[in-house]
Design a protein around this ligand. Structure first.
Ligand code: ATP
Ligand code: MG
Length: 447
């Protein structure tokens, strides 16, 4: 690079977002809520690699799905020629790991995960190339009870987050035989209406006609509405499983609508499929999708093991939280410590550590390019941090082994600054915070 040329800035990859400090607290709030809800149902976390062998997804998701056809970030490892892919979803990886470590040897398992996924899609609102999912996978459970439990777990999550207006849509896509019989009739129906099929639908007519039902093309809606419904092809077992799910949901007052056109993008789903949708996010309105995938584990070479799961799109859910007016901008710290002079700095470190020992969040003022800064400049920082208290240590304070503690929320006229012996600073601040507004009455003594 020539010396007089300014270095060119490198910008992030299109469709892959930075989560900035202003947004991070909302992510934390969400992830903490997720963690506690999943824990309350006995789910255990599993963390699998972001990179998997390409074959895992090619086999697991089905060759004619959107993901495998055109959305995967696949590459060859230049060191050894391995074909690798950035995970577009996590079910395949979780199932691979469960098989590899024989996780279900002693009975069924409830698992969950959270993390980034990668799909090469056209970036737009609610659709990114790196996005995040929280998901749960229940491996080894046969009955409709676990399907209902997963759905109720989602409902509890929305409730705990204070979200309403997320609606549950439910369907059953039966088993492979039932889908085949339906498929024959479906293809025949679409062929009768060939002039109405768009290019996408033409392409899918023989590869994946079920997906045509999922079309977003308004010109095709009426024709698609009249297509043979898979629900009418279900046999006795599939039907009673589906009834079983509905019965539990009804008993627990979980509202749902049956959407006969609901299918999932992945080939491995069977029986129960569900989506949680909202009309508050424009066209990317599905915040969670899930269902049963009994055939998958055997497809991966394991012994037949039923399974059921869901995945939540975190970006969409957080956008919904924001649209619902959720603002979560906690203060950077409880206490900001300012100081001036070498001895004061040493003392400030000690006081800051004592405050942290008491469980408080503390920012200790550190020098920047322009130096340590005047008290005035430092107090500006303290103010900007949102701290409730500033602890001030100057030469006078060091000489007397005290610190000044300023209540940043009180009026100056309100005697808002007191002098406290150094060893009492932590207890004093803690007492003020715990006691807070209730202690306005000076006769009130807090123990
Ligand atoms: P869509 O029809 O919107 O493409 P999908 O069927 O591909 O969704 P799933 O694979 O079931 O989605 O993933 C579960 C959830 O993950 C979706 O309901 C959505 O909330 C979220 N999601 C999927 N793809 C993206 C993406 N590219 N960006 C952001 N969120 C996504
Ligand atoms: Mg998709």
């Amino acid at each position: 690079m020539s010396e007089n040329k300014k270095a060119e800035k490198i910008v992030g990859v299109k469709g892959m977002n930075d989560i900035l400090p202003a947004d991070a607290p909302l992510w934390e709030l969400f992830e903490n809520t997720v963690q506690s809800v999943l824990k309350s149902y006995g789910f255990q976390q599993i963390r699998t690699p972001i990179v998997e062998p390409t074959a895992l997804f090619a086999r697991g998701l089905g060759a004619v799905t959107d993901i495998v056809e055109k959305e995967m970030y696949s590459f060859v490892d230049s060191m050894n020629g391995d074909q690798l892919t950035l995970r577009p979803e996590s079910t395949a990886g979780v199932v691979r790991a469960a098989l590899e470590h024989n996780l279900t040897y002693d009975g069924p398992k409830r698992l969950w995960y959270v993390g980034p996924m990668f799909r090469h899609e056209k970036p737009q609102r609610g659709r990114y190339r790196q996005f995040h999912q929280v998901g749960a996978e229940a491996l080894g459970f046969t009955g409709p009870d676990i399907d209902a439990e997963l759905i109720m777990l989602c409902q509890r999550l929305w409730d705990d987050l204070g979200l309403d207006g997320i609606k549950l849509e439910l369907n059953s896509i039966g088993n492979a035989d039932e889908r085949n019989r339906h498929r024959n009739d479906l293809v025949a129906y679409f062929e009768q209406h060939k002039e109405l099929l768009d290019a996408d639908a033409q392409r899918r007519l023989h590869s994946n006609p079920l997906r045509i039902l999922d079309t977003k093309n308004p010109a095709m809606q009426e024709m698609v509405n009249g297509a043979p419904k898979l629900l009418d092809y279900l046999g006795e077992e599939s039907r009673s499983h589906f009834e079983g799910v509905q019965k539990i949901l009804r008993h627990n007052n979980i509202p749902f609508t049956i959407n006969p056109r609901l299918v999932r993008g992945m080939d491995y789903y069977n029986r129960t499929v569900f989506e949680w949708v909202t009309d508050q996010l424009g066209s990317q309105g599905t915040v969670c999708g899930g269902g049963r995938y009994d055939p998958l584990i055997e497809m991966f070479g394991g012994k037949p093991t039923p399974a059921c799961g869901f995945a939540i799109g975190v970006e969409r859910l957080l956008e919904l939280l924001k649209a619902n007016g959720e603002q979560y901008t906690p203060n950077q710290c409880d206490v900001y410590v300012v100081h001036q002079g070498e001895d004061a700095q040493l003392q400030a470190f000690v006081v800051a550590e004592r405050l942290r020992d008491s469980g408080l969040d503390v920012v200790l003022h550190c020098a920047s390019a322009s130096g340590g800064g005047s008290f005035k400049a430092q107090m500006k920082r303290a103010d900007a941090s949102g701290a409730g208290f500033a602890v001030i240590i100057g030469e006078d304070e060091v000489a007397k082994s005290v610190a000044s503690v300023k209540n940043m929320r009180a009026e100056a006229t309100d005697n808002n600054q007191v002098t406290v012996p150094l060893e009492n600073v932590a207890t004093y601040v803690l007492d003020q915070i715990v006691c807070g507004d209730e202690c306005d009455d000076p006769t009130h003594h807090h123990h």
